[in-house]
Design a protein around this ligand. Structure first.
Ligand code: UDP
Ligand code: MG
Length: 314
């Protein structure tokens, strides 16, 4: 049985050596063959030279270096494309995904009852409260309006069988949102809770704004609900304007109609104009996604690797 661990790394020079030490310690105690796929996502520090050093002294290590920063989703996809394992896992380089969970995860898959073991943190310790609040609302919303079932607190850290890995690979969309993809492909998943661990070294690569945009992407990628907002607004406005029409006609017949109401007219025009732009914006978001998909660009470009086997480089 071969175990593949995919590790996306972006500016992880402090954390990567610690990650390597901890993880190999756990792996060497397990009775299985393994490969470590380190993906350098266009780091601007010494991450790549650390990877090369590790690869030089450890044949388990394969590194794949991107020509620029393509994002964590692309790094994971590159890992999936090149992993040869029977079991495949994604892990962060900052030890927030504890390698000590691996032996138990493997055992659960080996029992044959599940196709994947996913991890879920039971608390959000060490996270700013505003971020936690927005994260919770995001999970509530996306579960209501999409059929990708996404668990609050789910991490990207999960161990999958070959069958599930192939299913994930077959979803070759350009706009990737892994949490949704893992849920969408189905399969039987065992959820393993654990207490949140803070990053060992280095800093988080996600600003609040980057996370916010990622959340919007997730919604657009897995739900068509926002598109119907325009139709709903349209129907409501039509109903309201019809009632208003009746009101005006009746008023004209009973009291006559002195010319007035300039302010209210402007308000109505601006309000409807705003609504129209808002709905156009939503349609634009979907159109932009479609545009990127249609272009069919590579998800990533590998400029340097030590993997000798047929490498998928884009
Ligand atoms: N990462 C990446 N490319 C990016 C951003 C992040 O490969 O553009 C990697 C990063 O090196 C780490 C993982 O994704 O291994 C998770 O990132 P981070 O720990 O910064 O996120 P957080 O845990 O704070 O959500
Ligand atoms: Mg982290």
């Amino acid at each position: 049985m071969l175990l593949s661990l995919i590790v996306p790394c972006y500016n992880e020079q402090e954390a990567l050596p610690l990650f390597y030490r901890e993880t190999t310690k756990v792996l060497s105690e397990m009775q299985c063959d393994y490969e470590l796929l380190l993906v350098n996502d266009g780091s601007r520090d010494n991450t790549l030279s650390i990877m090369k050093d590790l690869a030089a002294k450890d044949p388990h290590v394969l590194y794949f270096s991107f020509s620029r920063n393509f994002g964590k989703e692309a790094a994971m996809y590159a890992g999936f494309s090149n992993a040869r394992g029977d079991y495949v896992a994604v892990m962060d380089a900052d030890l927030q995904d504890p390698p000590s969970l691996l032996p138990e995860m493997v055992k659960i898959l080996e029992s044959g009852e599940y196709d994947s073991v996913a991890t879920r943190r039971i608390d959000r310790a060490g996270e700013p409260p505003v971020r936690s609040w927005f994260a919770r609302r995001f999970y509530e919303l996306i579960n209501r309006i999409s059929d990708a079932d996404i668990v609050d607190g789910a991490r990207d850290f999960r161990l999958m069988t070959r069958a599930m890995t192939d299913a994930v690979l077959s979803m070759s969309e350009y706009n990737r949102f892994s949490k949704g993809i893992f849920g969408w492909v189905g399969f039987k998943t065992y959820w393993m809770p654990y207490e949140n661990v803070e990053r060992v070294a280095g800093v988080t690569k996600w600003s609040f704004w980057k996370l916010f945009k990622y959340a919007i992407d997730g919604i657009i990628n897995f739900s068509q609900a926002p598109l119907s907002i325009a139709s709903w607004f349209g129907m409501i406005m039509t109903g309201v304007s019809f009632l208003f029409l009746i009101f005006i006609v009746v008023r004209r017949l009973i009291w006559g109609d002195p010319v007035a109401g300039w302010a209210s007219t402007i308000c109505v025009i601006i309000f409807i104009g705003g609504l129209q732009l808002f709905c156009l914006g939503i349609i634009g978001q979907y159109l932009a996604k479609t545009y990127m998909e249609v272009k069919n660009r590579p998800h990533f470009i590998i400029s340097d690797t030590n993997a000798g086997h047929a490498v998928k480089i884009r």
